[in-house]
Design a protein around this ligand. Structure first.
Ligand SMILES: Cc1cc2nc3c(=O)[nH]c(=O)nc-3n(C[C@H](O)[C@H](O)[C@H](O)COP(=O)(O)OP(=O)(O)OC[C@H]3O[C@@H](n4cnc5c(N)ncnc54)[C@H](O)[C@@H]3O)c2cc1C
Length: 387
């Protein structure tokens, strides 16, 4: 728990924690086993007003920033990684829309989001560019009063479930020129938007992270986000900070849930030959200390990075890279240790620890991946540009 959170955020955190315990946690096993998109959890978040976390106050939202995103996603991640990821991607998409919203976009997207009537998501990744999600090959071209979109997208969280998608594309004919990178909003059900097969991931199984083909999809010109070729501004000012923070928060929540599960297991495990619970064993206390350290370090670093980001500090970029690296590492390591200290019973039974371990494995491979972030962090520490 961070004792230095602003009072308004503490009450939002409490609301998220309550909702996570009452609604997300009881549904998490079914969401995971059936690879079911978490409609009930997302409905509960909408009803609690939390979809509007980043919608400006004058449009009915909370106008919150990175710190709030890290705190809320951690609470949700403790109960259900998939719901937290769907919520996190919705929040990143909301911030992309809000960053330079036109009056038309405020009324058509941001106000409905604040009122819990609209869920959005991000369609940046592509099979053609893999982890380099800032190098799309999908194209847009002008067609009268609209844009015409073509291309292949991959891993779209809440695919076929969200109401709109922030889609990245480059100008047709200039596919090799990343400076034409442009974001537009594509509405659910748009003609020519074809979804790939249902998501059946190793973890994050409720995520519905589906591929999609854009086949001459017409998008009204009013759905352009910012200006054409806003590439650098969106990637570094909006997408990267919010994406990294949403993921860091979610994976810290998953790691915390594994730590809690391991502690409960150690306290509850007794043998016939001794009255002491396994929690009394000093070797296993070391394992608990290791888990505790990793979760606490990742949380402190993420809050620090988020505060720098909210204050528009030039040091935020490095801190945010580091936060996602640490959170991913914590999730993978803590869930691994938790599975070990909970013994063969956890291995045999399925349940929350197994789910946490599978969900955590997505952390280092979700872009920006740990590989890329370590390169970028090292380069910035060397005084070089990250890319
Ligand atoms: C659960 C989940 C949810 C997701 N949600 C979304 C979403 O909502 N929206 C979205 O747009 N995308 C999303 N993604 C996509 C994600 O961000 C990545 O783009 C995707 O996982 C890349 O997978 P790939 O197989 O194409 O990786 P590849 O690009 O094939 O990379 C494979 C491995 O090689 C490493 N690698 C590649 N190039 C380099 C290099 N130059 N230096 C060092 N290492 C390198 C990578 O780090 C990675 O470990 C999601 C992915 C997952 C798993």
């Amino acid at each position: 728990m961070d004792a230095n959170l602003p009072a308004g955020l503490v009450s939002l955190q409490a609301r998220a924690a309550e909702l996570a315990a009452a609604i997300l946690a009881p549904n998490a096993e079914r969401v995971d086993q059936d690879a079911q998109w978490p409609a009930t959890g997302m409905r509960a978040l909408a009803d609690a007003g939390l979809l509007g976390l980043h919608v400006p106050r004058h449009l009915g939202g909370y106008g919150e920033g990175l710190l709030a995103l890290s705190v809320i996603t951690e609470e949700l991640g403790k109960a259900c990684g998939s719901t937290s990821m769907c919520y996190g991607m919705h929040c990143v998409a909301t911030q992309v829309i809000a960053a330079k919203a036109t009056p038309n976009q405020e009324e058509r997207y941001l106000r409905p989001i604040a009122e819990g009537r609209h869920i959005s998501s991000l369609a940046l990744s592509e099979p053609a560019s893999g982890v380099f999600l800032y190098l799309p090959r999908a194209t847009f071209e002008h067609a009268g009063e609209s844009f015409l979109l073509n291309g292949e997208k991959a891993f779209i969280t809440s695919g076929a479930e969200a109401d709109s998608y922030v889609v990245s594309a480059v100008a047709y004919g200039d596919e090799h020129d990343p400076s034409t990178f442009t974001c537009v909003l594509v509405d659910k059900g748009s003609e020519g938007l074809h979804w790939g097969k249902p998501w059946n991931g190793f973890g994050m199984r409720g995520n519905s992270s589906r591929s999609a083909r854009l086949d001459n999809v017409h998008v009204p010109a009013s759905n352009l986000l910012g200006r054409e070729g806003d590439h650098i501004w969106y990637v570094f000012e909006v997408i990267a900070p919010f994406f990294l923070t949403a993921m860091a928060g979610t994976y810290i929540g998953i790691a915390q849930s594994a730590l809690d599960g391991a502690i409960a297991s150690l306290k509850g495990r007794r043998f016939a030959h001794t009255p002491e619970p396994l929690a009394d064993n000093p070797v296993l206390a070391h394992d608990v200390a290791e888990m505790w350290l990793r979760v606490s370090r990742a949380r402190q670093l993420t809050h620090h990075a988020a505060k720098l980001g909210d204050a528009r500090s030039p040091e935020a970029v490095q801190a945010l890279f580091a936060a996602k690296i640490e959170a991913a590492d914590a999730a993978v390591e803590v869930t691994r240790i938790a599975m070990t200290v909970a013994g063969g019973r956890a291995y045999q039974d399925g349940g929350p620890l197994q789910r946490a371990m599978r969900d955590a494995q997505a952390a280092p491979v979700m872009s920006p991946t740990t590989h890329l972030l370590k390169t970028w962090l090292g380069r910035t520490a060397l005084g070089l540009p990250p890319l």
